[in-house]
Design a protein around this ligand. Structure first.
Ligand code: VGL
Ligand code: ZN
Length: 199
């Protein structure tokens, strides 16, 4: 039995000045850096979209960022272009420690978005993270990063559903808060059995 810190999407585009800036997104960096030494293993995720990705409003004529559309797998929020593969916005925040065991990239399939570190937004296509964790004997996960109400939320719910011990340290997360998504995320995580450590 061992534990891992899963650091979700601490990338320039989710920090102030970025294409999809999360308020105070950069404030999580020193907190996460200090947490890293307390875990057996550290895993970073990186949102990693090809140009023209289907989650970008710019790929849907007549649609604006933050509007909803229907994809083959259900409702999808449309985002400003962000975390394009190889761009400065897709890079990790310059001060984030990257001495991690694994960097997992997600959202690289053009036709499907991927909030969760475990499954794409069809909730079926695996990223491979579950197998990686199980084959290394990792049983307990603490999730931190950006954004609380999207990628942290979906990753934590999937972790709990898969039977991992799942804790979200809210002091090391920041959210977007779109139409009540912060409250909805807290409820969904609590219902799934995720332990929420207050900020
Ligand atoms: C995220 C929206 C789009 C996230 C990623 O990391 O929470 N949110 N892509
Ligand atoms: Zn994205």
């Amino acid at each position: 039995m061992s534990n891992a810190l899963i650091v979700i999407d601490v990338q320039n585009d989710f920090c102030p000045g970025g294409a999809l800036a999360v308020p105070e997104g950069d404030a999580v960096v020193p907190v996460i850096n200090a947490m890293m030494d307390q875990f057996d293993s550290v895993i970073l995720t990186q949102d990693w979209h090809p140009a023209g990705h289907s989650s970008f409003a710019s790929s849907h004529p007549g649609k604006a960022p933050y509007e909803l559309t229907e994809m083959f797998y259900g409702a999808q929020v449309l985002w400003p272009d962000h975390c394009v593969q190889g761009s400065a916005g897709a890079a990790f925040h310059a001060d984030l420690r990257t001495d991690a065991d694994l960097i997992l990239r997600k959202g690289f399939r053009p036709a499907i978005d991927s909030y969760s570190a475990f499954f794409e937004n069809d909730r079926r296509t695996p990223t491979g993270l579950e197998g990686y964790l199980r084959s290394r004997g990792i049983t307990d996960l603490t999730l931190v990063g950006l954004a609380t109400d999207f990628c942290v939320h979906y990753s934590a719910v999937d972790a709990a559903r898969l039977g991992f011990g799942a804790t979200v340290a809210l002091g090391a997360c920041r959210g977007i808060d779109l139409d009540g998504s912060m409250v909805a995320a807290s409820e969904a995580m609590a219902t799934a059995g995720v332990t929420l450590l207050p900020a």
